[in-house]
Write a protein that binds this ligand. Structure first.
Ligand SMILES: Nc1nc2c(ncn2[C@@H]2O[C@H](COP(=O)(O)OP(=O)(O)OP(=O)(O)O)[C@@H](O)[C@H]2O)c(=O)[nH]1
Ligand SMILES: [Mg+2]
Length: 350
């Protein structure tokens, strides 16, 4: 894995040029192609998928239409309140509101695609993931680099993925509190991690929040996550570039650049390096391929997550599961056999 090490007075930063390909991540954002299926040999199925989506739209009440129009117009117009409300909509657990959120996202995606077309097919925003152990200095770095970027005329959004908030409702990362100046900046938008849901759910909404931020005109999207466990992999699969910030104990012999979030030393140079990386990916076509691959990964993750939930909630499976689990743990039958039996039950009784 190619990497740069950037050493702060007390912190080091690795730019991972080659993010490990990740299989166990959990988010999707909804590109048109993922929702609207092309007619295939099986007409009934393809029609029903298209119908299901148009149903979403034709089914809207006047009130819902007004709400969506208000959010969409506000968001595209760059209103922070509309962006905040839209992200809240994609975070909701409410089934009907979830559907509304998908309609909104679909519209924002269409808008963003138009913008990309006008931009020569290139992405309208640069997405950067920032990871590292608790207290490594991620938020401090974002504060400095964020202020620098808004000073250069960019609009910067900061999203957080906090795995601790999924289980405890608490926040491992200090989020807003350590980005005092940036959170007051009118060209920055900081969104803390959703406080409930599974990691899969939280990362999914983060991925969707990225789309919304881009629709609202934010051309730099920074995603902060604690560098422990799955959240890191999930974030790697929604960004163009992944940066790992670590305390200075490690001893590997990599290229060293000094930065400090306290004095700002080295930060512009670091950003330049990151832009060079982005430009190289753009001109080689790698960025486009990477984003396409990410869409597919998230599609399959969502399918996996939903299929698993269906399986776990299936009444006949639930009825048989405890006994089969008991027999597997006591060594009476093999896990493979138990899985086969449960899958047979699942597919025969719908
Ligand atoms: N000396 C020095 N201290 C720093 C630097 N960057 C951050 N700190 C300090 O390190 C502490 C933690 O910084 P944060 O930016 O909140 O770290 P974080 O990685 O965002 O932490 P979590 O979000 O809680 O995981 C703070 O007290 C900062 O003032 C730096 O470059 N040099
Ligand atoms: Mg932080």
């Amino acid at each position: 894995m190619a990497a740069f090490r950037i050493t702060a007075q007390s912190f080091q930063l690795h730019l991972l040029y080659d993010v490990p390909s990740v299989q166990h991540c959990k988010v999707i954002s909804h590109e048109t192609s993922a929702v609207v299926l092309r007619p295939s040999g099986d007409i009934t199925r393809s029609v029903s998928a298209e119908t299901a989506f148009s149903h979403h739209i034709s089914d809207l009440t006047d009130r819902e239409k007004r709400l969506l129009a208000k959010l969409y117009d506000g968001l595209i117009g760059g209103q922070r309140a509309a962006l905040a409300e839209s992200i809240t909509l994609v975070e909701t657990q409410h089934p009907r509101k979830k559907e509304l959120a998908q309609v909104l996202l679909q519209r924002v995606l269409a808008f963003r695609q138009e913008q990309e077309k006008r931009n020569g097919g290139n992405p309208v925003a640069f997405r950067v993931g920032l990871s590292g152990p608790p207290g490594a200095g991620k938020s401090s770095f974002i504060e400095v680099v964020g202020k620098m970027l808004t000073g250069r005329g960019h609009k910067v959004s900061v999203l957080a993925v906090d795995p601790s908030s999924c289980t405890t409702g608490g926040s491992l990362m200090g989020d807003k509190t350590r980005m005092t100046e940036l959170s007051r900046d009118m060209n920055a938008y900081i969104r803390p991690s959703p406080t409930s849901g599974t990691l899969g759910g939280v990362t999914r909404t983060t991925n969707e929040a990225i789309v919304l931020c881009e629709g609202a005109g934010y051309d730099i999207v920074l995603v902060e996550t604690v560098g422990v466990g799955q959240s890191e992999f999930a974030v790697a699969d929604m960004v163009d570039m992944f940066v790992l910030l670590i305390p200075p104990a490690g001893g590997d012999e990599l290229q060293v650049v000094r930065i400090s979030s306290q004095t700002g030393q080295g930060v512009p140079e670091l950003w330049d390096t990151m832009l060079q990386f982005r430009d190289a990916m753009l001109s080689s076509g790698e960025l486009r391929v990477r984003r396409q691959t990410q869409q597919k990964v998230w599609l399959w993750n969502l399918i996996q997550e939903n299929a698993l939930r269906h399986f776990q909630q299936h009444p006949a499976v639930r009825a048989e599961l405890p006994e089969l689990e008991r027999r597997v743990t006591s060594g009476h039958i093999s896990p493979g056999l138990a899985a086969d039996l449960l899958l047979k039950i699942f597919s025969s009784v719908q």
